[in-house]
Design a protein around this ligand. Structure first.
Ligand code: UD1
Length: 364
């Protein structure tokens, strides 16, 4: 085993996508006998967004859970930071690893910074260039206080360097989303019964997800996206499957938005079911970051229900279309992507990102 400068590692996570993207790092830490533990902020806490994902990925439950998920997301960081600092101190942690751009990521990085602990940020350098997006500030601040920055794509690497972050801190590793997908797709194909359960056939449905605050917290925008989805379902004559976050479902009710029957709302799914649903979909319409990446790896075209994306390579390669929330743009994006002949390539790495990250940290 390599003798590391950082003998004690805390992996801080808090949401479904972080569990999914940290899984290969956690697995490798365990396999290599690294002295690590997982701290869960509890940002996501329902069974389907949390325990179900740990179960699907056969991960042990975290050593700590801070249970801050009950607080409004605009206030969560304030609750998380002191609690994370307490754990870092108690465990004498040398290095914190965070992934992505959630409140838990920024809280983990701020707590480490204040506690004098080194910070490694996986998925550094993504930029939407839209400061109205809550995650954008989380990313920028986290990147600028991190000691090790792991960029998923060439563009993310360039963003960091152009913001003045010294090159010696930045590593191009690809994204562990590919590692997790490659490690699980065959298992999903063997184990998942989701197509049968939802009575779906290969390439005879469209998959959608939308949960970003700047869309689902704004009544007009949410209504507009639902109208766009309805138009796509009618035009393509394909049903739309929409696994919906609890928060978004609550907003639909509160804003009095009726969802037409060809848009089928389902509870958030397990990871294996989601992989299979993406793989067999004719098209994916989404505001999710991880799903854009997974769809590209599984060779399914996407329409992005936002005005921009930090996965800009997908648009440049013609694999994604940015539609925003206007129904006319959503329908024209869907038509375009349904008929284009695409030349697939994957900008997110070779599926060995976790090894590259731990070896750059001199942990393996
Ligand atoms: C957001 C960020 C992303 C970052 C992540 C973690 C954006 C646009 N996205 O996640 O960059 O990496 O936080 O910091 O800023 N899934 C299920 N069941 C479902 C639906 C989805 O398991 O019912 C899985 C998908 O397969 C995917 C992940 O959940 O792996 C996506 O989660 P989502 O909630 O869409 O978050 P992101 O937008 O990816």
């Amino acid at each position: 085993m390599v003798k590391s400068k950082y003998p004690k590692v805390a992996i801080v996570l808090g949401t479904r996508p972080e569990i999914i993207k940290m899984a290969p790092i956690i697995r490798l830490c365990k396999k290599q006998g690294i002295n690590y533990f997982v701290l869960h902020t509890g940002q996501h806490y329902s069974y389907s967004m949390d325990r179900q994902i740990f179960r699907d990925l056969e991960l042990q439950r975290p050593r700590y859970n801070l249970n801050v998920g009950g607080h409004h997301y605009r206030k969560q960081i304030g609750y998380m930071v002191p609690k994370i600092m307490e754990v870092l101190k108690k465990e004498s942690v040398d290095l914190v690893i965070v992934q992505g751009d959630t409140n838990s990521v920024l809280a983990g990085a701020l707590a480490a910074n204040k506690a004098g602990v080194k910070i490694a940020h996986h998925e550094a350098g993504y930029r939407s260039h839209n400061l109205a997006m809550l995650e954008e500030t989380n990313r920028i601040i986290t990147d600028h206080i991190s000691d090790f920055l792991f960029a998923s794509t060439n563009n993310a690497y360039r963003n960091l360097v152009s913001e003045g972050i010294p090159k010696y801190k930045v590593f191009l590793t690809g994204n562990t989303v590919v590692d997790t997908l490659r490690q699980n797709i065959k298992i999903a194909m063997k184990k998942s019964r989701i197509l049968k359960k939802l009575s779906l056939r290969n390439k005879k449905y469209i998959l959608t997800t939308a949960h970003r605050a700047e869309i689902v917290d704004v009544p007009d925008r949410l209504a507009s996206v639902i109208a766009g989805l309805d138009a796509v379902a009618k035009n393509s004559k394909l049903p739309i499957i929409y696994p919906i976050h609890p928060w978004t479902e609550q907003n639909l009710k509160e804003f009095g938005i009726k969802v037409p029957s060809q848009i089928r709302l389902v509870k958030p799914l397990g990871y294996l079911d989601t992989l299979l649903l993406i793989q067999n979909a004719k098209l994916v319409l989404t505001d999710s970051g991880g799903i854009q990446e997974e769809a590209a790896v599984l060779r399914v075209p996407t329409v992005i229900l936002r005005d921009e994306t930090e996965r800009i390579e997908l648009v440049r390669l013609g694999l994604s279309f940015i539609a925003g929330s206007d129904p006319a743009h959503i329908i024209s994006g869907a038509k375009k992507m349904l008929k284009s002949k695409l030349r697939w390539s994957n900008p997110f790495g070779d599926g060995h990102a976790a090894e590259k990250i731990l070896s750059a940290l001199n942990l393996i």
